[in-house]
Design a protein around this ligand. Structure first.
Ligand code: G4F
Length: 329
């Protein structure tokens, strides 16, 4: 019988790539979608005939428990989260409830129903924050510096408590930045790929960007969701950092993107101090050796391939005159 995988955050970038992967593997894939996110289901049009979705308010423990009781999932991937870090300063409490609250409600439902479900918690390199050593492993000290990172850390510890106290098969993937043509445009990779494409096509002539010296460990979302699945197939539940192990600057990103379309970025890009974030740390880089050793996981797509795919896909969208609302591409 086909395994059932339940995904929260299915309408996001990772939800799409993970659904595709699990469907290819023969899973029955079910998304729990909050009623106020129902409109986002159009982003999954390509997969809609193969997916099941339930409208469930993730802020309600009883609704989650009821859905899980009906579905009896073999695996849960808890991806739901507001993911744009600066927004977490505007609504720290809402961020905490959506991230930590949802994780806690799902873990508690698993425990109370006595399910043998395997649970994946989407964690983030933001839990390392002001890092004390680089590259990071799952054993590196956690020192988040924003409400998003703090909420992700709380969710991580809640998952650990359920694993250690109740014996749940639960684990965290501590993921570094992962991108694709489905990344919403407020994130820097998509902002840059869209701008390079639009400038190439003569649709605009400038790109305002924040700190060009900011550094990130950027990988491909399709590679990172493969690691999520592998974590739940392992013999024992363990936490992993998932990243490429390579740092690039925003300057590298811009130069690579504009180079793809034969443009000199320095003619078009200006730095806007209003877009520079305070208190950022630029040594967030993964040591993915444990994932390679235990899970056989390695990133397949290089930084250059990723950026070029994003720019070329955006050119196609813009040439086709397709509207590119957040997250739809
Ligand atoms: O693309 P970003 O906005 O992503 P950020 O903040 O690193 O967060 C992403 O990755 C985290 C770790 O995996 C996730 F937890 C989180 O949910 C999200 O997926 O910014 C990347 C870097 C930052 O250093 C930022 O300051 O790019 C720098 N940057 C420079 N100029 C800019 C800009 N970022 C944005 N969004 N816009 C700019 O103009």
């Amino acid at each position: 019988m086909a395994k059932t995988a339940l995904i929260t955050g299915i309408t996001g970038q990772d939800g799409y790539y993970l659904s595709r992967l699990l469907l290819e593997k023969g899973y029955r894939v079910v998304g729990l979608v909050p009623p106020d996110r129902q409109h986002s289901l159009t982003k999954l049009n390509e997969l809609k005939d193969q997916l099941t979705t339930y409208l469930v308010d993730l802020t309600r423990a009883d609704a989650i428990t009821q859905a899980m009781d009906v579905l009896q999932p073999d695996e849960i991937y808890n991806l739901a989260a507001p993911s744009f870090v600066p927004d977490s300063w505007k609504d720290p409490l809402g961020t905490l409830d959506l991230i930590t609250g949802t994780a806690t409600r799902m873990l508690e439902a698993t425990r109370q129903l006595g399910l043998r479900t395997r649970f994946y918690q989407a964690s983030s390199s933001e839990i390392f924050g002001q890092v004390c050593s680089s590259p990071q492993t799952a054993e590196t000290a956690f020192r988040p510096t924003n409400p998003y990172g703090a909420a992700k850390l709380h969710a991580h510890w809640t998952m650990v408590h359920h694993r250690e106290r109740y014996g749940l098969f639960a684990c965290s993937g501590i993921l570094y930045n992962h991108e694709s043509p489905r990344r919403p445009p407020q994130f820097v990779t998509r902002k840059v790929s869209l701008a390079a494409a639009a400038i190439k096509l003569g649709l605009r002539d400038r790109l305002s960007i924040g700190n060009l010296e900011a550094k990130r460990d950027w990988g491909f979302a399709g590679d990172h969701v493969e690691a999520m699945w592998r974590m739940l197939q392992a013999e024992t539940p363990e936490d992993y950092v998932i990243g490429t192990g390579k740092l690039h600057t925003v300057r590298d990103l811009v130069a690579t993107a504009f180079d793809c379309v034969g443009l000199d970025w320095q003619k078009y890009v200006e730095s806007d101090p209003h877009l520079v974030r305070a208190d950022e740390h630029f040594q967030l880089v993964a040591d993915p050796s444990k994932a390679k050793r235990n899970l056989g996981w390695e990133p397949q797509v290089s930084f250059e391939e990723l950026v070029s795919t994003m720019v070329l896909t955006d050119i196609k969208y813009l040439e086709a005159g397709t509207l590119v609302p957040a997250g739809v591409a």
